[in-house]
Design a protein around this ligand. Structure first.
Ligand SMILES: NC(=O)c1ccc[n+]([C@@H]2O[C@H](COP(=O)([O-])OP(=O)(O)OC[C@H]3O[C@@H](n4cnc5c(N)ncnc54)[C@H](OP(=O)(O)O)[C@@H]3O)[C@@H](O)[C@H]2O)c1
Length: 279
């Protein structure tokens, strides 16, 4: 029996992973009390090493650039046998962004994926990279939850133009389930998968679905790109809005779609539809 280690245990994917796992070691920089099935370890992945006392599998959804140096600190013969890593389709959608910060994030992801594959090859660790689209599920995300909180507070939601760009929001629990399915499937070793949600809908319809989930009549205000950019420039220095960028404005009308057929084929990936929303 392998030990299961979960890094990124306190984010939305980690939350659902811990609910699904019978037994696991969970890593955080904070201290948490152990439960019957979860042993919490306070570890900073930037500077410390993984707790490897027996052959182990790692579910990794912490920041990806921390992973290659963490693997580099392992000996060539390591008890880490398998890593299932969460990256992001942002490495495609933000690669040519007009926002330099977004471009840098995409490049960091691409470089980190390549470096992690190299480190795994050198240590004979089987790897799988999962690239989700927009993740939501337990109120910890900055996309769907941001829209829901905005609607709760102001009763309307602003959209640039028609909001016609297609989206495929994916529930964090579907990703947690995917991690577990991948870990027990030989088919998935040394492969990368794009993981989308089970429904493709326009940004506008995504917002309308959130209104309906909140029991509110949809009230969408269409505003001009220049006004939207001006508003974002004014508020994005506030920590609460720091994830907003003017490049998002153009993306609202762009399709950000991927195909999960390979995941369906290799490990029976069956994500839920967004209309079956749970926030
Ligand atoms: N959010 C999205 O819409 C989205 C979209 C596509 C892909 N993804 C991918 O999904 C994954 C999760 O994303 P997320 O936005 O939900 O979470 P996130 O904010 O990227 O995750 C933060 C997690 O990483 C841990 N962490 C960060 N630095 C650490 C360190 N130095 N040492 C130990 N742990 C550290 C945090 O633990 P503590 O704070 O408890 O220490 C926390 O559990 C990421 O791989 C992301 O690329 C997310």
């Amino acid at each position: 029996m392998s030990n299961i280690i979960v890094a990124g245990a306190t984010n939305q994917i980690g939350h659902f992973l811990l609910l699904r796992l019978q037994k696991a070691i969970a890593i955080s920089r904070q201290t948490y009390p152990n439960t019957d099935n979860i042993t919490w370890l306070k570890i900073d992945l930037k500077t410390e090493i993984l707790p490897l006392e027996t052959p182990s599998k790692l579910f990794y959804s912490a920041p990806l650039p921390l992973l290659p140096p963490l693997l580099e600190r392992l000996p060539k013969t390591t008890l880490l046998k398998r890593v299932i890593v969460l990256s992001s389709t942002s490495c495609f959608t933000k690669e040519n962004s007009t926002d330099f910060n977004e471009q840098a994030i995409a490049n960091q992801l691409i470089q980190a994926e390549l470096a992690l594959i190299k480190e795994c090859q050198q240590r004979n660790i089987a790897w799988t990279i999962l690239r989700p689209t927009l993740v939501y599920g337990c109120g910890l995300d900055k996309n769907i939850t941001f829209i829901a909180n905005f609607i709760r507070r102001f009763g309307f939601f602003p959209i640039v133009g028609q909001g016609s760009g297609l989206r495929q929001p994916v529930h964090a629990d579907d990703l947690a389930k995917a991690c577990i399915q991948v870990a027990s499937s030989e088919n998935t070793i040394n492969k990368t998968y794009n993981l989308t949600g089970g429904q493709t809908l326009s940004y506008r319809d995504m917002v309308i679905t959130i209104f309906k989930f909140l029991g509110k009549k949809p009230h969408i205000i269409s505003i001009s790109p220049s006004l939207f950019k001006a508003i974002i420039s004014c508020i994005s220095w506030l920590p609460k809005y720091s994830h907003l960028s003017t490049a998002m404005v153009t993306r609202i009308n762009q399709d950000l779609c991927f195909d999960h057929t390979a995941a369906q084929h290799d490990f029976d990936y069956q994500p839920r539809k967004f209309m079956d929303l749970g926030l």
